[in-house]
Ligand binder design. Structure first.
Ligand code: NAP
Length: 309
């Protein structure tokens, strides 16, 4: 009998994730007998969930809100890339050793965002300062700061709680303290001043998710960005958020979160299977998800299958 291997997403809540569609399309395209499911997990059951990844039929897992940091002590090791984010793990892969299975925590958001920004030629327009300003101070913001440091850019953070922003910036920079690179997300004057010297603006808040009118900052502020700046929204549903639409209207290059989702998923797929990811199949699956979301079919299907929101 053929064994169906398993992979899944660990977090809570999970109903809106597009990862099952993308990863299951990848398994089919690669001819791998495996299924990716949502492993919604209560905090009290996290340790048991992680231990279950040592079973022989498991390929690996993704990790999302609120467990990207909480899983670290439950793993055998984390990679340098995950350590560079101050310990944010979004992918767990298994390593077979003589003494048994080792669970390794990776951060595939970092190479994914790095790839997206390079494709947008975000660093090549460079007149003036090389600055990345990230909105938000959660796990995804850590990945953005890490990308800035990898690219030799100056990381700035705008958070509704600047104290948290300061601590995130310091943690990711491994205690190389920043020169005041933290802004209150609600301080539009300070934001405007900072944007005037920003080469890359990244939204790492969930604002705009399933709301094509919501934006993390007043959209007129985008007019402060220098010519050639790039705006990247990590929100992928809708594929074109209000922030992305407004940035394009200002003549700036801009991208939504779907490409980053694709690339982080592709990295995870390769870590689990040792194979190159079938990008075209994964991209097509995401586009189908986007279409279903646009027509409301995703919500209807979820209601029908009694999944929580
Ligand atoms: P997280 O750890 O929960 O952090 C979210 C951040 O946004 C926190 O700093 C939070 O501030 C802030 N925030 C939330 N609601 C806000 C509001 N109404 N006003 C101002 N700030 C607000 O989440 P995450 O893992 O960093 O993810 C952030 C977003 O990126 C999510 O939408 C996620 O889906 C997306 N993402 C996309 C990809 C991709 O591949 N496209 C990858 C990773 C993440 P507080 O701490 O004050 O609550």
């Amino acid at each position: 009998m053929q064994v169906i291997q398993r992979a899944g997403l660990i977090g809570q809540p999970l109903a809106h994730s597009w990862s099952p569609a993308m990863q299951n399309a990848a398994f089919v395209a690669a001819g791998i007998s495996a299924q990716y499911t949502l492993w919604e997990t209560e905090p009290a059951h996290l340790a048991v969930r992680i231990a279950s990844l040592r079973a022989p039929d498991v390929l690996g897992a993704n990790v999302t809100i609120p467990y990207k940091a909480a899983v670290v002590p439950l793993l055998d090791a984390i990679t340098t890339g995950a350590r560079e984010t101050g310990g944010a793990v979004n992918t767990i892969a298994r390593e077979e050793t003589a003494s048994g299975i080792r669970l390794i925590g990776h951060n595939t958001d970092v190479p994914a965002l790095q790839r997206v920004l390079r494709e947008q030629q975000a660093w090549s327009s460079g007149s003036g300062e090389k600055r990345l300003l990230v909105l938000g101070a959660g796990g995804a913001a850590r990945a953005a700061i890490s990308v800035a440091l990898r690219e030799g850019a100056d990381p700035w953070i705008a958070a509704r709680n600047p104290t948290v922003g300061q601590s995130v910036l310091a943690t990711v920079q491994q205690h190389r303290m920043p020169d005041n690179n933290v802004i209150d997300l609600l301080d539009t004057e300070a934001l405007g001043v900072a944007l005037a010297k920003t080469q890359v603006l990244v939204n790492a808040t969930p604002i705009g998710t399933r709301d094509p009118t919501a934006a993390p900052i007043p959209l007129a502020l985008l007019g402060q960005l220098p010519q050639g700046a790039v705006v990247c929204d990590m929100v992928y549903n809708p594929p074109e958020t209000a922030l992305v639409r407004a940035a394009r209207a200002y003549g700036l290059r801009a991208c939504g979160g779907m490409l980053m989702l694709l690339y982080q998923g592709a990295e995870a797929f390769s870590l689990w299977t040792g194979r190159p990811a079938p990008l075209a199949a994964m991209r097509a699956a995401l586009e189908r998800q986007a279409q279903a979301a646009a027509t409301g079919d995703d919500i209807r299907k979820r209601r029908d299958s009694d999944t929580t929101d």
